[in-house]
Design a protein around this ligand. Structure first.
Ligand code: DGL
Length: 272
């Protein structure tokens, strides 16, 4: 495989940009293709088998049309629904966000009292409970909690305001009473809401996002496979949206920064 090929990263919408940011900051010479499936977001409330179909479709598109050398499922819901099947069936190496996020939370927690928040799909799949029992020596059992509604605020480009504050206080009440020392943001959209979430749970609780740890895993795998780009140059970044592209670029630029000043369109049709 060629080192010059891009890394493919995808999410239902803007959330995976938190992971793309960490990958680009860690590996600035790598080319990155980012796909946000905004035509079909949110994934969280959808049945897992539907999300699995979407994930396979996006992965095929990124392999066939963009010839990616490694894939990052930068969406907890899609990773919970499809990572095992994707890893078994595709030829390109693929990384999810669940294990890196879980490991980061275990490393940070002093007491083992850990909360995990995510979409309904991710939390109901039980994927985080399984990840903690696989990765923690002391059988940590996290308090897992679905936060329906958070993703929609990010997709509207809103990361503050009274409505969000009220929703956060209502949704996060069980986390506040559980006296956790660490809260894993088990949805890639949530780091954009970290200020509000942090205010509600209190400054004693460490918020952990999977983005940095996932970027380290990307770097480790590319190094192990000898697939890191060798030339010292600025990597190219391509952003693709299946929904309204000008909206994607407008909100994306606000969340991600000036590199996302424009985006390309990809329309799903019956043959894609
Ligand atoms: N960002 C996604 C996640 O990490 C999902 C958001 C959604 O589409 O519901 O779960």
């Amino acid at each position: 495989m060629s080192n010059e090929k891009p890394i493919g990263i995808f999410d239902s919408g803007f959330g995976g940009l938190t992971v793309a940011r960490a990958v680009i900051d860690l590996l600035p010479t790598e080319d990155v293709v980012y796909f946000g499936d905004t035509a079909r977001y949110p994934y969280g409330p959808k049945p897992l088998n539907e999300v699995r179909e979407f994930a396979f479709q996006i992965v095929e598109y990124l392999i066939n049309e963009h010839d990616v050398k490694l894939l990052v499922v930068a969406c907890n819901t899609a990773a919970a629904a499809a990572l095992d099947e994707l890893s078994a069936e595709i030829s390109v190496p693929i990384i999810g966000v669940l294990a890196p996020g879980t490991q980061a939370a275990i490393d940070v927690s002093r007491t083992g009292r850990i909360g995990v928040i995510g979409t309904v799909g991710t939390i109901n799949s039980g994927a985080y409970k399984r990840a903690f029992s696989t990765l923690s020596d002391e059988e940590i059992q996290p308090l897992t909690l679905a936060c329906p509604g958070f993703v929609e605020f990010v997709e509207k480009g809103e990361s503050s305001g009274e409505q969000l504050q009220v929703l956060a206080e209502r949704l996060l009440a069980p986390i506040v009473s559980a006296n956790v020392d660490t809260l894993l943001l088990g949805c890639t959209h949530y780091p954009y809401l970290a200020r509000v979430i942090g205010q509600v749970v209190g400054s004693d609780v460490v918020l952990v996002s999977s983005a940095d740890e996932t970027a380290f895993e990307v770097s480790r795998q590319l190094t192990d496979m000898d697939l890191l780009v060798e030339e010292e140059k600025e990597g190219k970044r391509v952003f693709i949206s299946s929904g309204d592209v000008s909206w994607f670029a407008e909100v994306g630029e606000r969340l991600f920064g000036p590199e996302l000043a424009s985006a390309q369109a990809h329309e799903w049709n019956s043959s894609t």
